[in-house]
Design a protein around this ligand. Structure first.
Ligand SMILES: [Zn+2]
Length: 183
């Protein structure tokens, strides 16, 4: 593997803001206000995982894969579907806009083999581990589990078109980044 070819979307299962462990685990964390925090490792660190210096976000699939995580969903289980830290729409939009930006930057195509949720990745394993990120979108509670990956990919494709037209720009603001619309 000599390049970055995949993006895996997660939730942290924690609070709505990243903790140190989150920043070690993912290349980017997105808080509930859509603010984007760079993780400890660069996406390029995951081109070669043999040296042990990389973000461990997707067991069995870290090589060549960028990890983005939405902060939240603490305590959520598939049965109860409750959390004190639900993902927000603003957060999901920022995660999709960031995915589009990275897809454009690294030439990653948007399809289910290259841009996927951790849940989708896990389901394709011979023995799934039971990953639940992302099987539920709090502001769209009726969206079926098997439609969620497609929901993200559609959004990411739309943002990619906008980014190509120069309509969204990534801005650094203190210790975080934010996408700004320039319509
Ligand atoms: Zn995950």
């Amino acid at each position: 593997m000599t390049s970055l070819s995949k993006i895996c979307l997660h939730w942290t299962g924690g609070n709505n803001y990243p903790c140190d462990k989150d920043l070690d685990s993912y290349h980017f964390c997105v808080d509930k206000d859509g603010k984007i925090y760079k993780g400890t490792y660069e996406p390029e660190d995951n081109i070669n995982c043999q040296d042990g210096i990389y973000a461990r976000h997707c067991g069995g699939g870290n090589t060549g894969c960028i990890g983005i995580s939405a902060c939240g969903m603490k305590g959520f289980t598939e049965r109860k579907k409750e959390t004190s830290c639900p993902l927000t729409q603003k957060q999901v939009e920022a995660m999709c806009c960031l995915s589009a930006y990275l897809s454009h930057k690294y030439g990653i195509l948007i399809n289910e083999k290259q841009v996927f949720t951790h849940y989708e990745f896990d389901q394709r394993k011979q023995k799934p581990e039971g990953k639940i990120d992302i099987i539920y979108i709090p502001y769209l509670p009726n969206l079926q589990i098997n439609r969620i990956g497609g929901y993200f990919r559609n959004k990411i494709e739309w943002y990619k078109q906008q980014i190509k037209k120069g309509k969204y720009k990534l801005q650094k603001k203190g210790n975080y980044y934010e996408f700004v619309s320039v319509f």
